[in-house]
Design a protein around this ligand. Structure first.
Ligand SMILES: [Zn+2]
Ligand SMILES: [Zn+2]
Length: 72
């Protein structure tokens, strides 16, 4: 079973519940952020935004980095 990487850094020992989509490290529920990415379908000029974004699981470190760098 994979361990939560962030918990390990804090000196605790928790099972990972998921994996960060960005860096691939194991994360427990406490250390996971849910990021909703807007999803577009179709080809221009008929591009549609899906009403519901795709939820992505991402670690705190990556969400900070992602927001800083933008999505593109
Ligand atoms: Zn954790
Ligand atoms: Zn990450």
């Amino acid at each position: 079973m994979m361990k939560c990487y962030d918990c390990m850094e804090e000196g605790s020992d928790n099972e990972a519940a998921c994996i960060c989509i960005s860096c691939g490290k194991g994360l427990c529920a406490d250390h996971t952020k849910e990021l909703e990415m807007p999803v577009s379908v179709g080809t221009p000029p008929n591009v549609k935004r899906l009403p519901k974004g795709l939820p992505r699981l991402i670690c705190k470190y990556c969400i900070e980095k992602t927001i800083e760098d933008g999505f593109d």
